[in-house]
Design a protein around this ligand. Structure first.
Ligand code: CP
Ligand code: NVA
Length: 336
């Protein structure tokens, strides 16, 4: 561990990091969290500046980058989806060269992974992926820290992901679990299984790290023995509203509800938590949730309110950990 130095590295997907490097960032986040709770200043990056590019909306990721950067002593510039020339009047590679000449690090949230890869290729400063269609790596560090806090370990646990497993969250959880020795199950309609090439790559990592990957349409099989039941929205940012109908039809059997939590809880002796990256549609408290209710008559989507509000739910601990782990990513890549 002592030899690890991530200074100057981009943070685009956990595929690029070894298990030891991932654990190093999680441990650093735990230390930074303890310092913050104890009121110990850790503004070791004073004088540096970062820029946050958001082509999609955000609450957790944006606030985490902003608070973490300030805690580290850095200046922050936020570019909203309409607030810069990116994509419409200036190419990604030109943007990268301009921003890298002014800032010490660049965060990007948006669409294709190829965009954040291009930013990284043309930027001489670290680039951090704040979510693309394919991956959400900063969320993974928060999720793994949360799991470690709850179970005291990562290796040997089982995480079951219910819902759309072929998008950013399903892909990223499968990668994180296979690198850290956690059994991963995608429990969903086969139309939403992760892509075969990524599954094959992750099965190799899982084998090296002593875990397994299961793809199943059977809720009983998927949830049995699960220490973590995880879900995400059925329709992600940037997807057309027309896809709701098919998602509801194919993914409703994979809603996280009391029945699937009971399968997990009864097989782990009560050793199961519920996780969700958030935001979640568990009641009628959102505009999208209300529109779906008016059209399809469903008041709870990927998770029931009962599970969301249950004692097994660790979603707000998970959300807080976004800030501590994002801080670790910036510190590790800017300071070493
Ligand atoms: N989980 C997550 O990335 O949340 P935001 O979309 O609010 O950033
Ligand atoms: N899959 C979701 C994750 C949000 C954090 C989306 O891309 O909208």
């Amino acid at each position: 561990m002592a030899d690890i130095n991530l200074k100057g590295r981009d943070f685009l997907t956990l595929k690029d990091f070894s298990p030891e490097e991932i654990l190093y960032m999680i441990d650093m986040a735990a230390k930074l969290k303890a310092q913050k709770k104890a009121g110990i200043a850790h503004d070791t990056l004073r004088g540096k500046n970062v820029v946050l590019i958001f082509e999609k909306t955000s609450t957790r990721t944006r606030c985490s980058f902003e608070v973490a950067a300030r805690d580290l002593g850095m200046g922050v510039t936020y570019l909203d989806p309409a607030g810069s020339q990116i994509g419409t009047k200036e190419s990604t590679k030109d943007t990268a060269r301009v921003l890298a000449s002014m800032f010490d690090g660049i965060e990007y949230r948006g669409f294709e992974q190829s965009i954040v890869e291009t930013l990284a290729e043309y930027s001489k400063v670290p680039v951090w992926n704040g979510l693309t269609n394919e991956y959400h790596p900063t969320q993974m560090l928060a999720d793994m820290l949360t799991i470690k806090e709850n179970f005291g370990t990562l290796k040997g646990l089982k995480l079951t992901y219910m819902g759309d497993a072929r998008y950013n969250m399903g892909n990223s959880l499968m990668i994180a679990c296979s690198k850290l020795g956690i059994d991963f199950a995608a429990c969903t309609n086969k139309a939403y299984f992760p892509n075969a090439e990524l599954v094959a790559q992750c099965r190799k990592w899982a084998e090296e790290n002593g875990s397994e990957i299961l793809l199943t349409e059977d809720v009983e099989e998927g949830c049995r023995g699960a220490n973590i039941i995880y879900t995400d929205v059925w329709v992600s940012m940037g997807e057309p509203t027309e896809v709701w109908e098919e998602r509801i039809k194919l993914l409703s059997p994979y809603q996280v509800n009391k029945k699937c939590m009971d399968i997990a809880l009864s097989s782990t002796g009560g050793n199961t938590v519920f996780m969700h990256c958030l935001p979640a549609y568990h009641d009628l408290g959102t505009g999208v949730g209300r529109r779906v209710y008016e059209k399809f008559g469903l008041s709870e989507l990927e998770v029931t309110d009962e599970v969301f509000e249950s004692k097994e739910s660790v979603v707000f601990q998970e959300a807080e950990n976004r800030m501590h782990t994002i801080k670790a990513v910036m510190k590790a890549t800017l300071e070493g």
